[in-house]
Design a protein around this ligand. Structure first.
Ligand SMILES: *Cc1c(COP(=O)(O)O)cnc(C)c1O
Length: 485
């Protein structure tokens, strides 16, 4: 609500005070606010914001006129400047951008795009009261995760599941619940840093668990796990290496073997899958990633994974597995601190429901649709984009449609690139000039009304068209581009 505060009286009096002869008279703030050009601004931005901006602007004008005398005070010019400043301040900080990086699940660009069903469900949950923690049958308090638990169990074969704010929170909750002050055995080859301050050893320390590293960076054997187990050991943990791959002379212990060892020794086994997909990606010609169902079927007690990576849903972390263990996680007070809100649950429920119909998943879930996008479609968009860029850059650069490789992102299949089509823009001139021009063009593209985010490759700007489904807004935005390259 806009508060209608009376303007402090000292403003008017200070303005009406004695002024040097060369300074044109400035009307009082109250009178200016009544004038036509400023009334329009008040309608748009509210009186308090306009008054405060006006006061600041007049202070600047007065200071400037003290050294540079001006001829007249012009309310229209003043209103125009104020209008621009107020519009800019009112613009949301979180803005749409065009993701032409080629990375489908780009963490810095918000990861998964939600399907319409999920967006509508979030709108409903936001607009009206809902049965978030309310059992409609007996009128008693319900459990918020119950809205998605059966769906997760149906899709993964888990006995029970819960949802927290993200997968980092899921790892924290599992380690804190299962292994506070006790050793957790992890292979040295899996002590990963995912980025954005998520490192397995650090999260382990914050969870109050003791890291017991076994094996070496490139090779870990079952005997390494066996020999490390002692009376204090709480957990055997596997971590999906996510954003890198160890190649060459390597050995890792299969998740089945680790799960079996844990069972034999009365320990809990846990796999942090990272992306953790619910569908077999091979159905869309993509390389295989371990699914949550496969991992649980291998005998692992608990699995955790992200909601907004390959799953293609809202930001959250899901833990699925044995009912007794999930019940322990639920009783940890940390669960309350890490819980998700109704919007997340509403969106997640809809995304999970789409998985019930795998045949139509690629048509309905944006993440899968973008990952499985046919080459002709990307080539079509790239051709249109190349034409528009050619016209804008007026021969100062060479614009070509090229084959390129894009990434899934967020740690899924880090090495396998997806074959994509993009537009390559390379300036004319020496190598140095080309590099500089490419950086300038990237900056210019980012400053457009709809910022276009591309990538630098080999002294050229590459605009990967994998994630560009609707070219229209990008073409409109390009109209504002000068001949930067
Ligand atoms: C991405 C990832 C995480 C963190 O998941 P967020 O949902 O981003 O918090 C944890 N572990 C692994 C292995 C990951 O790949």
């Amino acid at each position: 609500m806009q508060q209608d505060l009376p303007a402090p009286t000292h403003c008017a009096t200070s303005l009406d005070g004695p002024q040097p002869a060369e300074r044109p008279p400035i009307p009082s703030i109250d009178r200016l606010l009544q004038s036509d050009p400023l009334r329009a601004l008040v309608d748009r931005h509210g009186r308090v914001r306009v008054r405060d901006a006006l006061r600041e602007r007049l202070d600047v004008l007065r200071a400037r006129w003290a050294s540079h005398p001006a001829s007249a005070f012009d309310a229209d010019t003043l209103a125009l400047g104020l209008g621009h400043a107020l519009d800019a301040a009112a613009a949301p900080s979180l803005r749409p951008v065009a993701n032409l990086t080629g990375t489908v699940l780009h963490t810095n660009l918000g990861r998964a795009l939600l399907p319409e069903e999920a967006i509508e469900a979030m709108g409903r949950a936001a607009r009206t009261p809902c049965n978030l923690e309310f059992d409609l049958q007996d009128g008693e308090r319900g459990e918020r995760d119950a809205h998605v638990e059966a769906l997760v169990c149906g899709l993964t074969g888990a006995e029970a599941a819960l949802v927290v704010n993200n997968n980092a929170a899921a790892v924290l909750l599992v380690l804190n619940t299962m292994a506070a002050r006790r050793p957790v055995i992890v292979s040295r080859g899996e002590l990963v840093e995912i980025g954005g301050q998520f490192r397995v050893p650090d999260i382990m320390a914050r969870a109050g668990a003791r890291l017991h590293e076994v094996g070496t960076t490139n090779r870990t054997h079952l005997s390494d796990y066996e020999e490390a187990i002692d009376a204090r050991t709480a957990l055997l943990m596997k971590v999906h290496p996510s954003n890198y791959e160890i190649r060459g002379f390597t050995a890792a212990v299969a998740v089945e073997r680790v799960a079996q060892l844990a069972r034999e020794r009365g320990l809990v086994s846990y796999s942090d899958l990272g992306s953790g997909t619910l569908a077999d990606l091979r159905a869309w010609g993509l390389p295989h990633e371990p699914t949550v169902r496969e991992t649980l079927a291998a005998g692992v007690d608990l699995v955790s994974f992200s909601g907004d990576k390959l799953l293609g849903g809202p930001q959250c972390g899901i833990v699925a597995g044995r009912a007794t263990l999930v019940a322990r996680l639920r009783r940890n007070p940390l669960k309350r601190a890490l819980r998700v809100d109704k919007l997340t649950l509403a969106a997640l429920g809809e995304v999970l429901r789409l998985y019930g119909d795998p045949d139509r998943l690629a048509a309905r879930l944006p993440t899968v649709r973008l990952l499985a996008r046919p080459r002709e479609e990307m080539a079509g968009v790239a051709a249109v984009l190349a034409d528009a860029l050619q016209a804008r850059l007026r021969g100062s650069a060479e614009v070509q449609v090229v084959d390129c490789a894009s990434m899934i992102g967020s740690g899924a299949l880090p090495v396998a690139g997806l074959r994509s089509v993009g537009v390559r823009i390379v300036a004319r001139g020496s190598r140095r000039e080309r590099d500089r021009a490419a950086v300038r063009l990237l900056v210019a593209l980012r400053s457009l009304p709809l910022p276009i985010i591309g990538r630098l490759e080999d002294g050229a700007v590459l605009l990967d068209c994998r994630c560009l489904e609707d070219a229209e807004p990008v073409l409109l935005s390009l109209a504002a581009l000068g001949g930067e390259a």
